[in-house]
Design a protein around this ligand. Sequence first.
Ligand SMILES: O=C(O)CCC(=O)C(=O)O
Ligand SMILES: [Fe+2]
Length: 255
Amino acid sequence: MNIPRLARPLSSLKLAAPDGLRLLDSFISPSEQEAIATQVAHIFASARKICHAAQAERAHIPQPASVKSLAHNLSSDEYYVPLKMELEPGSASGSAYFPKYGDEGHELMYFSKGTLQSLPPFAKDFIYSKMPALSPLVSVEGKWRLTLNHYTPQGLRQELASSPATRPGFPYHKDLPANGDVTMILTLQARGDMELVPETDPHRSPSQVLLHPGSLLVLSGEARWRWLHRLRPAPDEKQRMSVVFGWRGPQAAHG
Ligand SMILES: O=C(O)CCC(=O)C(=O)O
Ligand SMILES: [Fe+2]
């Protein structure tokens, strides 16, 4: 295979890593990170704004008590807002925005259409310019899905109180089949502490991977389909964002 070797095999990976996991440190430069982070922050800011306006509108419509209490009982995981955002002139991208996805401070958004053309411009540019480096594992052709994660630290240190801030994590999961055969996680702004366990032995001590800003973690094969991964909550005041690309090849057997 023509895939670049692990840039940091021993210091970033502790314990045996699953087959199909590759960590590409410094996959993009600091200025590329900055440019992508600006775009992702802008998309989240627009989503919050649209959501806020829609809630304000709903608040003006009197709701029966039964509806109100039902709404309060909804698990936060089930609450998402479908959005159409015009990210480039003349074309609207459909997405689903979760203001709180599990842990407090974790916002998630995915772009649902599954085509390269429906993704925000920064994601298309990234795929066209950077994916050739992953050939032949991944190619530009095929289906693309994009998930954006935004993790805001909670309980920021006050002048007098000394409770440390904690950045939320993302609990153990396996990416949905709809996310395709290869998952690629681009880390922005702050380091992520990832842990992985085999789904058949979830209580064993996890393999650990440090995701440095600018790194790309590639999960395929065993690592994609047979292992679970999570991001540990971190005692850190820095916000972190991740851009997760899911790719399915044109010949893939899965529907
Ligand atoms: O934020 C991360 O690094 C991981 C995100 C993730 O696992 C996902 O979006 O499925
Ligand atoms: Fe994931």
